[in-house]
Design a protein around this ligand. Structure first.
Ligand code: APR
Length: 230
């Protein structure tokens, strides 16, 4: 079976109603990264950080996977599919995808602030001050904040280097090291970039840019790949 590796960003969840970060109505238009998405922010104002992620976790209750998430699952009938997502929502899981690697953490998980191996599924959507790990320390969102290590980047790089087909969906490729994964993909591997606002001057060998919303373009691309008789 051929390997398909898929790198997704906030754009794949946009049509589910989850805001992206850098579009005109993006999250970073309303919040400053340094106030809610860094370890220093956590040290300075835990309540604000806890509330920021509670609001995003609360929204997960009201949204569902869209046609793009669902179409990606269909690829698993014919290919070895690995999804590397920058997203912290659980829409790929809820759509039924199996091999998902969350580069930037997961909204529905929390972890100890004294032992980062202690990770827990959060019951409900609200993390509270005073919610502590088994060692008695305050629990924090299980999110990779700006400036923090990306523990799974090595695994993601290895996966990308095995891709027979590499698909990028809904990411501005602004944030490293995630954006650098493309450099691990073999030159001859066919690559697809799906983004309605994809930059025209974005070039990589064997890259097909599809300037279309994920909800339209992903099901079409999946159909083509399932009908591909190679
Ligand atoms: N379909 C496909 N792509 C879309 C759609 C859509 N319906 N709507 C928007 N997009 C595209 C935008 O054009 C943009 O290129 O999705 C991309 C979203 O880019 P960002 O908002 O920068 O999100 P992302 O690339 O995932 O950000 C990476 O930055 O803030 C950090 O940790 C955060 O994981 C995030 C990382």
């Amino acid at each position: 079976m051929k390997n398909i590796v898929i790198l997704t960003g906030a754009g794949i969840s946009a049509e589910s109603g989850i805001r992206t970060f850098r579009d005109s109505d993006g999250l970073w238009e309303e919040y400053r990264i340094e106030d809610v998405a860094t370890y220093e922010a956590w040290q300075r104002n835990q309540d604000l950080v806890i509330d920021f992620y509670n609001q995003r976790r609360r929204q997960l209750v009201d949204v569902k996977p869209n046609a793009a998430h669902i179409a990606l699952c269909r690829l698993e009938a014919k290919y070895n599919v690995h999804i590397i997502t920058q997203n912290v929502d659980d829409l790929h899981e809820r759509a039924g995808s199996k091999n998902i690697l969350h580069l930037h953490g997961e909204l529905k998980k929390v972890r100890s602030t004294v032992d980062d191996k202690l990770i827990y599924d959060l019951k409900g959507w609200e993390l509270k001050k005073g919610d502590v790990c088994e060692k008695g320390s305050q629990l924090r969102p299980h999110i990779v904040w700006f400036g923090e290590e990306v523990p799974l980047i090595q695994t993601a790089g290895e996966l990308s280097s095995t891709a027979d087909i590499f698909i990028i969906i809904g990411t501005s490729l602004n944030v490293y090291p995630a954006a650098g994964l493309l450099n691990f993909v073999p030159t001859l591997t066919p690559k697809y970039l799906i983004d309605p606002n994809a930059k025209d001057n974005y070039y990589k060998p064997n890259l097909t840019v599809i300037k279309e919303k994920a909800g339209i373009a992903v099901p079409k691309l999946v159909e083509d790949l399932l009908n591909d008789d190679e």
